[in-house]
Design a protein. Structure first.
Length: 167
């Protein structure tokens, strides 16, 4: 199933492509040439490399994503096609087909505040501040503050893992 990503949040680059590739390469270092092939395809299609290539080493890897999943479509073992510009003429699959390694239920509850903000539950377990910080960084944000700027209302969804890291 297609899993679409934006390349910007509030008109600022989010470097999700680079962060996702960093996570993929940590788990599968033998895919470095595949990474370069996808960069070349990106250059051919869009006329530029993705922004973070020169400083990829400084980015934290994005190893999962959080999505609304009302119909509970995401399941362990499903194929994942990572794309940008979904269903548009310039749709682009920026990584090889991956397998969903795991899913978890995520709830963000703004009516239930803890010390640093709204309560966050993963698989119905209340996350501590330290767990939340790791979750936010592994989801591609700089930390929990940026995470809550993006998830700024009550939320129920699914945490979709495409690596075995942090399971």
């Amino acid at each position: 199933m297609k899993l679409s990503f934006s390349t910007k949040i509030e008109d600022k680059p989010n470097y999700f492509l680079e962060k996702i590739w960093k996570g993929i390469l940590q788990e599968h270092p033998n895919l470095e040439n595949t990474y370069l092939d996808y960069q070349r395809r990106h250059l051919d299609k869009f006329g530029c490399f993705w922004d973070g290539d020169n400083y990829r080493e400084f980015l934290n890897p994005k190893i999962h994503t959080i999505r609304r999943d009302v119909n509970k479509q995401w399941k362990k073992g499903m194929t994942i096609n990572l794309v940008i510009n979904i269903n548009e003429n310039d749709e682009f699959q920026f990584a090889p087909v991956l397998k969903c390694q795991n899913t978890q239920n995520v709830q963000i509850d703004y009516s239930n505040f803890v010390i640093t903000g709204p309560a966050v539950f993963v698989d119905y377990e209340l996350y501590t501040n330290d767990q939340l910080e790791v979750l936010a960084i592994n989801d591609g944000f700089t930390g929990s503050e940026e995470f809550f700027q993006y998830f700024n209302a009550d939320f129920n969804g699914t945490l979709i893992h495409w690596t075995n890291q942090n399971l």
